[in-house]
Design a protein around this ligand. Structure first.
Ligand code: PEP
Ligand code: MG
Length: 322
């Protein structure tokens, strides 16, 4: 089986009838690149930059960040690399920032909310990203967007950073994309509006499930309620893909669900353009996709969306991949 999978390593990901999609990888540090290349990743769909800020006693400098981003962009040799701006808070604490203790950290001062408030931290990261952009195919992604104003404010900071680099004569790519994660229900619900302001969406199912079903993603006691098969979650995912496509932007997914085999035919049938997963899931996903036709997956999506419970949907989709 392993040998058969490895034959797919350098091939594009296509359905049996030739529809191409991108299978990308999630990474946490430049060290993860080797695994991505070994497993035939067609890009990086999510580089979680917060690890640069964790397990240390002060903020990473612009130079340190620049080196990390450059390494990843160069290592991917022109393939797309989605780098997510700082997503701390929630379960990811950074002691040296002395952030206030909160009752509900997952609903609190975190991610883009911190970046728009502590603009110097955000600007340092954006400068490092822009400087690195000349070394590959960079796509910048903002996490935890809940409203249009946040995207506009983040883009204003980005414009400010561009002006500064222009004044200093420092080069950066003029055509990198800027996108957002869709991981908060209000963002999914206004995805028609958000799609007009950005170049792409990446659906973060880990948080989208947590926030839409009100089930803490870390809580073992209620883990049975945390499901990507929930029909409400799936309706939102479909809505986001449709709204993105109506505005002509591409839509990916970088939550764990993107690499879950039974869900892949469904998301393919909904028209998802990019799947980002842990590197070891890529080849099995590529093999599965190569056995399916577009007509088949559209039918699978229609049928799955007509069912009423997570259990029924899960059972149906699992019966297909078996
Ligand atoms: C997500 O929320 O689905 C996601 C990919 O981001 P993280 O797991 O880092 O919160
Ligand atoms: Mg998230």
């Amino acid at each position: 089986y392993r040998a058969r999978l490895l034959q797919l390593k350098d091939l594009p990901t296509k359905t049996k009838d030739g529809k191409q999609v991108e299978l990308a990888a999630n990474i946490g540090t430049p060290k993860d690149l080797a695994g991505v290349i070994k497993n035939g990743g067609e890009g990086i769909g999510l580089y979680r930059t917060e690890f640069l800020y964790m397990d240390r006693t002060s903020l990473p400098t612009e130079e340190e960040q620049f080196e990390a981003y450059k390494t990843v962009l160069e290592g991917m040799e022109g393939k797309p690399v989605v780098i997510r701006t700082l997503d701390i808070g929630g379960d990811k604490e950074i002691p040296y920032l002395n952030l206030p203790k909160e009752m509900n950290p997952f609903l609190g001062y975190r991610a883009l909310r911190i970046c728009l408030d502590k603009k110097e931290i955000f600007k340092t990261q954006l400068r490092a990203l822009l400087r690195a952009s000349v070394y590959g195919n960079l796509k910048i992604m903002y996490p935890m967007v809940s409203a249009l104003e946040e995207v506009r404010q983040a883009n204003e900071v980005l414009e400010e950073v561009k002006r500064e680099l222009d004044n200093e004569g420092i080069p950066y790519s003029k055509n990198f994309e800027v996108g957002i994660m869709i991981e908060i229900p209000t963002a999914a619900l206004i995805s028609d509006i958000l799609a007009k302001e950005v170049d792409f969406f990446s659906i973060g199912t880990n948080d989208l499930i947590q926030y839409s079903t009100a089930v803490d993603r870390m809580n073992q006691t209620i883990a049975h309620l945390y499901s990507p098969y929930h029909p409400g979650v799936l309706r939102m995912i479909k809505m986001v893909i449709d709204n993105g496509h109506k505005e002509g932007i591409w839509v990916g997914m970088c939550g764990e669900a993107a690499g879950e085999l039974p869900l892949i035919p469904l998301f393919l049938g909904m028209g998802l353009d990019e799947f980002s997963m842990s590197a070891t899931s890529i080849l099995p996903a590529r093999e599965l996709i190569s056995k399916l036709t577009l007509d088949q997956v559209k039918e699978i999506a229609e049928k799955a969306l007509s069912l009423s419970t997570a259990a029924e949907i899960e059972q149906y989709l699992k019966s297909i991949v078996e």
